[in-house]
Design a binder for this molecule. Structure first.
Ligand code: FES
Ligand SMILES: [Fe+2]
Length: 389
């Protein structure tokens, strides 16, 4: 159980909040590369409670600007993208990717107004078929070279999930909640075990589990009755590596979360797509109606991710942790909260938190994906191959 103050501290993501300042020390994926095209070169993005516009110029530069125009506040996501940048749809103020105002069509020659404008702009990088943004203080660190993202002996595909309509921490706590797998997902993740009781699901096949802090986060390790061992490291703060994929949770704002999965497929397992692009598998909505919250919507239960979304969203827009009653199997949840609080304090002390890498040429980080896959050949985890569409 947390106090209301502790719950606020760990969940809120806006600029100037403790967790918001921590999360601003990391790069976050904000869109797939496929989300921007010649026909749709600009896209509205909300991340960490900030309203932004992502755009790509005809010469291939990608920018991320505050969506609200510096002039009189119209949305730049309706703007015109041209060679030099993005022009506001209202009066045409033109911004480059660094936020400089290059032109004000209605000003007379010699006007200095444009020179005085410095519009909010954030750096963008492209990696593994995603655009990543950094909203924190300069200098920006490197995107961590986790094996799933950085290995070059294979290729990537993405799974883009529907928007999650609740706070990001509910999804992260789930990453270190080992008990739920055996109950919530009992019909879909059987691992060959026969379900004998719907209340207990497959949990009697879980002999024991361990939660262990390590260099990059928390390792969740499960031991099954047939001898299999499964490891899923949580890579602090917002990533779960599960077999050959990472599930990445990006706070949109306090009560919405963007979730995308990056999969690595070794060349030895599957040939690369011929066009060299990163395929994206967009999941259909998990609930109907799409834009409603519990109890005014109904979730599907025929997909693991849909079941998780049901659990996380029905906990509430921001789970009230003053009213929870934790049990022994929640020790991973407690460990993650303590880790989060500790790393928040580091930022407040002016230190770099866990997994901020200053050297862009640091070595690829082995999260033991191969070992996990080796274990998977026995059946408990396996490569997630892209669905044939
Ligand atoms: S509001 Fe954007 S140019 Fe006027
Ligand atoms: Fe789950």
């Amino acid at each position: 159980m947390l106090t209301a103050e502790q719950n606020e501290l760990l969940t809120r993501v806006g600029r100037g909040t403790p967790a918001g300042d921590l999360l601003r020390r990391y790069w976050h994926p904000v869109a797939t590369a496929a989300d921007l095209s010649a026909e749709n070169p600009a896209k509205f993005i909300r991340i960490l409670g900030e309203d932004l516009v992502l755009f790509k110029t005809p010469k291939g530069e990608v920018g991320l600007l505050e969506d609200r125009c510096s002039h009189r506040g119209a949305s730049l996501s309706y703007g015109r993208v041209e060679e030099r940048g993005l022009a506001c749809p209202y009066h045409g103020w033109l911004y480059d990717i660094t936020g400089n105002c290059l032109e004000i069509p209605s000003e007379p020659p010699g006007s200095k107004v444009a020179c005085e404008i410095k519009h909010t702009a954030y750096p963008v990088q492209k990696l593994a078929g995603l655009y990543w943004a950094y909203l924190g203080p300069q200098p920006a660190p490197a995107i961590p070279k986790y094996d799933v993202w950085a290995r070059t002996d294979g290729w990537h595909w993405l799974r883009a999930l529907p928007r999650l309509d609740c706070n990001w921490l509910q999804a992260m706590e789930n990453s270190v909640d080992t008990a739920h797998l055996h109950v919530l997902h009992q019909e879909l993740v059987t691992d060959g075990f026969k379900v004998t009781s719907t209340t207990r699901g497959t949990i009697d096949n879980l002999l024991k589990y361990e939660m262990e802090e390590f260099t990059y986060g928390i390792i969740k390790r499960r031991y099954f009755s047939d001898g299999k061992i499964e490891e899923h490291p949580l890579l602090f703060p917002t990533v779960l590596r599960q077999a050959n994929r990472t599930q990445i949770r990006v706070p949109i704002d306090d009560t919405h979360t963007y979730i995308v999965y990056v999969h690595f497929v070794p060349d030895s397992a599957e040939p690369r797509p011929a066009n060299g692009e990163v395929p994206v598998n967009y999941r259909k909505p998990f609930k109907n109606p799409l834009d409603a919250r519990h109890p005014f919507t109904k979730f599907r239960f025929d997909e693991v991710d849909a079941q998780d979304f049901m659990a996380w969203e029905t906990q509430g827009p921001i789970l009230d942790r003053t009213r929870e009653r934790l049990a022994g199997s929640d020790r991973g949840v407690v460990m993650y909260r303590e880790l989060l609080a500790r790393e928040i304090r580091k930022v407040q002390q002016g230190l770099d938190p866990m997994n901020v890498f200053r050297d862009p040429n640091h070595a690829v980080i082995d999260t033991k994906m191969d070992e996990s896959l080796e274990a998977g050949k026995a059946g408990s985890v396996r490569y997630h191959v892209p669905p044939k569409s």
